[in-house]
Design a protein around this ligand. Sequence first.
Ligand code: BES
Ligand code: ZN
Length: 613
Amino acid sequence: MATINMPRDPNTLSNYNNWRTKHTVAEFTIDFKKQRLTGSVELQLESTTDKESEEIILDSSFLDISAINIDGKKTSDWTVKDRFEPYGSPLSVKVPAIAKGSSTYLKIEVSTTDKCTALQWMAPSQTSNKKYPYMFSQCQAIHNRSIFPCQDTPDVKSTYHFKIRSPLPVVASGLPTGASNFEHGTDGESGTLLYSFFQEIPMPSYLFAIASGDIATASIGPRSLVSTGPEELSDAKWELETDTEKFIEVAEKLIYPYQWTQYNVLVLPPSFPYGGMENPVFTFATPTIISGDRENVDVIAHELSHSWSGNLVSNASWEHFWLNEGWTTYLERRIQAAVHGEPHRDFSAIIGWKALEDSIDRFGHDHEFTKLVIGLKGKDPDDAFSSIPYEKGFHFLYYLEKLVGKETWDKFIPHYFTTWMKKSLDSYDFKATLLDFFQSDKEASKKLESVDWDTWFYKPGLPPKPDFDTSMVDKCYELAKKWESKDFTPSPKDISGWTANQIVVFLEAVQLFKTPLTPSQSQAMGKAYSLGTSRNVELSFRYFSIGLTARDETVYHPTADLLGTVGRMKFVRPLYRKLNAVDRGLALETFEKNRDFYHPICRDMVEKDLKEG
Ligand code: BES
Ligand code: ZN
């Protein structure tokens, strides 16, 4: 059998079973004019086999590699192999065989190219104050290979030293070194500073992150900062300063102390393609969470939770992504419950259930990507992305909690995160850890015998729906019922005193009607509840979705306008799909107009969606 030495991550071309990255020095100059990073990466690679290996294969994608040193000596014995979609072009370097446990140092001179999928570059005209350029990275899931050659798999963890030269402030997924982390460059003429960061906790490549631009910073707690554009700073501070430290303290009680020293948030320009990205030390977040009502800070509870689930304890491959996102969604909801009361957990889970149903409907109920553990051989993990690992993962953990009882389950949480701290695991490791932990507890292990692991792991479609506590959603459903009886006359009073998330639940219930609203009903709804003009995109997004389904033409252009100001894929992709269905011309025109505004990943996704449509 040839499988013995097969790596368990199918989405890397690296031979990481023979070599393991232990430390990474990333030394780059941010060149805003040429829109590229230039510099070098030095990888310390430890040999892990007795069968000595004379080749190191690294992931690389659309890179410009100019020179390689092995242990300080230049080599020409390397090649960039043909591109193999969607994984890139492996870099093969011939090296002297060394004993197991010894290290080889590879230093690679490299520049990114204009095909880089990990970076978004913005000209001054594309930023909010239009004064300076901006750039940021987004490496999850397999885009780090498009910044520098690496073992681009979450099954490998490395410590990092970032040495980044830029004319503008820099943020990275490490701690600033020393009292001040920047020095004046030796190239004083170009006016750059050298910013240096260290990440001493080993982390997977997808958590490598940098951003640079006109960035200002303020405190939002004893160990937390928020960074964003100077004009946006006071709003961002207001939004985050009451909850961030509270969230950290709750998570620490549930698991164990926060390990990454600082928990900071970088609020990005509106083209940031995700709600949040859990980059260590600095969560990257969409500006749509700065909604002026503190109603979207659940994103912070989520990204913070990744500091344990995902960042300290990582999925070994994207086939087991639920271990990252399901655990994180679970922890996020435990935080909500502790801060706002237990009904908030089910409230959030009910919103999640709708997202789960939508994702399963979109893929089809038998689709591979609707399983908890998915097959990704030959596939692009970006294509598998959906709410399913989040929500099905949450439900699996919630089910286990209910099965053994909350008090008993809560003892397992710190055990799990201690056992796998600074390591990567797959679903089978999870199962073994759980069963092993409860072995000494007769009652719990008896109950665990009833778990149908294969069904949970491999059965496509919806998991069993639990009986949710509906106390917070009942009035939302009641209002929706009134709308379903066609002759309802709305008034702003219908929703007075509601939280934005309760309005979300109402709007989602309306989306489930068997017959869509009439165009005039849609207009009346928008007017009575001021939905089209809301600063909270969670609301305008859902209202426009309803309006598009109702073929209410008064929302078509506002939808197109929103698509020019927000690049978060959660909103952008469904809105394009819906707009495309009712006015393909406007959808295509809007996409062409905003092409350059979107992040490369978002642009590719929407392009695919519009082609299929
Ligand atoms: N890690 C994810 C974002 C991600 C996943 C980026 C896969 C690239 C590939 C992040 O933690 C996340 O889940 N963000 C959510 C927010 C959340 C509150 C569910 C998002 O972006 O919507
Ligand atoms: Zn997440």
